[in-house]
Design a binder for this molecule. Structure first.
Ligand SMILES: [Zn+2]
Length: 465
């Protein structure tokens, strides 16, 4: 392994100049890496097409000096047992400090009172779910240091920095705490999984952080109804950023690419920033995924993912039942699937408390059986895609709490799951050309992953839970 500051890989610019030979060498290296440490990490951003001055190169430049921390991060990976003296845990919803310390196997007397009372440690008062703690323990199991990575990444003076609270024994039986920060290393990670029971089951098994899983469901929210459409055997590949400091992962960033196969359909999303616009996600054909309609009016969360269609009898779209039912506990928030204006809000026979939203063109959507409406929402109000409009209930003709959702075109109900919803926008001109290069690159990455898996005897780590 190389020392810091002497990267073992050529720079992105150098790579581009060196042309095909260099990139094919890198490509081979990559395959080896993909085989050896699949699912844990990857350095895919190192692969650059020979002809490209692509936006992604910016990304690569950021990453290239870090191959050694890429290896270090493997050692510090929470799931890896190779660092017996560094313990890592992520904050879970409802955690107390005592819970966190217990999971870290930290049992220093006086530490908990210090953390809860000392002003220098005040950033530990706020435990953000998903953020991480690291504890360094010596060979006797005594605490050497404790870190709370409360701010995995922040931009300061145009640089990405990571901020954390560092606690150390003061050598006199007490502790001292200080706020620290350092430039964060950005890394690109590649993971894939197969859904057996649930999306979270698969992403957990693949070591994918919750924030990345949630991004995935947001990004593909116009293509896949994650509450109803997920099937056993669905597969995904994700390329995403993570931030690390001194080889320790301190948080995750943005998804750069996804390929998601849902039943017989494969959806893909690539992060791209048009020249004069803000960045967003596009499919391989350059169509924006920020579509006019979301597939589902309920948000996918760790909790909602367990509602399941098996627990409650919920109807699909039939000749008699012209809508889609979502089983969900009473009080689950309901979100408008598209921009529009409130055409009706109130009681209708059968529907109970119902909101009808009129959208652009001939579309309207219906949200029935609500327990209550969003505060102060009224007829004529304009609503945005994703805006809260009410809460799941069992009003009207409903045997249990669920949301009955309809899409109407010219007032006629259509099957929300099969209706072809309008596309928001497509990249054109120079943006399209630039995008095509990025898109080809990612398609290559995904194919590389697929071929790595296909080599007999080398089993890629595939989530199977
Ligand atoms: Zn219904």
């Amino acid at each position: 392994m190389q020392k810091k500051g002497t990267p073992s890989h050529p720079s992105a610019a150098g790579l581009a100049q060196a042309g095909h030979r260099a990139s094919s060498i890198i490509r081979k290296t990559l395959i080896t890496m993909a085989l050896g440490m699949f699912g844990a990490a990857g350095a895919l951003a190192v692969v650059q097409p020979a002809d490209g001055n692509l936006p992604i190169i910016q990304q690569a430049r950021q990453i290239l000096p870090l191959p050694e921390s890429f290896h270090a991060s493997l050692a510090a990976e929470p799931s890896a047992e190779s660092s017996p003296f560094i313990q890592t845990t992520q904050i879970r919803r409802g955690d107390t400090l005592a819970d966190v310390l217990q999971r870290l196997n930290v049992s220093e007397s006086g530490l908990l009172p210090f953390l809860t009372h000392d002003k220098s440690a005040r950033s530990v008062y706020k435990l953000y779910p998903g953020r991480s703690f690291h504890a360094g323990l010596d060979s006797e199991g005594s605490l050497a240091w404790l870190r709370y990575n409360h701010t995995p990444s922040a931009i300061e003076d145009g640089q990405t920095v990571s901020k954390w609270l560092e606690i150390k024994p003061d050598g006199k039986g007490g502790f001292s705490a200080s706020e620290e920060f350092a430039a964060a290393d950005t890394e690109i990670r590649v993971s894939e999984g197969t859904i057996v029971n649930s999306l979270f089951g698969a992403t957990d098994a693949a070591g994918i952080p919750d924030s990345i899983t949630m991004q995935m469901t947001d990004i593909l929210g116009s293509k896949v109804d994650f509450l109803r459409d997920i099937r056993q055997g669905d597969t995904f590949r994700i390329v995403y950023e993570t931030y690390s400091h001194q080889g320790q992962s301190v948080g995750s960033g943005r998804i750069l690419g996804i390929e998601f196969t849902n039943g017989s359909r494969t959806h893909e999303a690539i992060w791209f920033k048009p020249e004069n616009g803000s960045g967003g996600y596009y499919d391989f054909k350059g169509n924006s995924l920020r579509a006019a309609f979301l597939r589902a009016p309920l948000k996918f969360t760790r909790v909602s993912s367990t509602f399941g269609t098996r627990k409650h009898p919920v109807h699909g779209y039939t000749a008699q039942h012209k809508g889609i039912d979502y089983a969900a506990p009473s009080g689950t928030p309901i979100h408008s699937t598209s921009d529009g204006t409130v055409e009706f809000i109130g009681w209708q026979r059968g529907y109970g408390n119902v909101v009808i939203i009129k959208h652009h063109g001939k579309y309207s959507t219906v949200y029935a059986h609500q327990s209550r409406f969003a505060k102060s929402l009224k007829k004529g109000d304009s609503v945005e895609q994703g805006q809260l409009i009410g809460y799941v209930g069992a009003t009207g003709w409903a045997t249990g709490p669920h949301l009955h959702y309809e899409i109407r075109v010219d007032g006629k109900q259509l099957n929300p799951q099969s209706v072809d919803l309008p596309i928001a926008s497509t990249l054109e001109g120079g943006d399209r050309l630039a995008f095509n290069k990025v898109s080809n690159q990612y398609q290559g990455h995904f194919q590389l992953l697929a071929s790595a898996r296909a080599i007999p005897g080398e089993t890629a780590q595939v989530a199977s839970r």
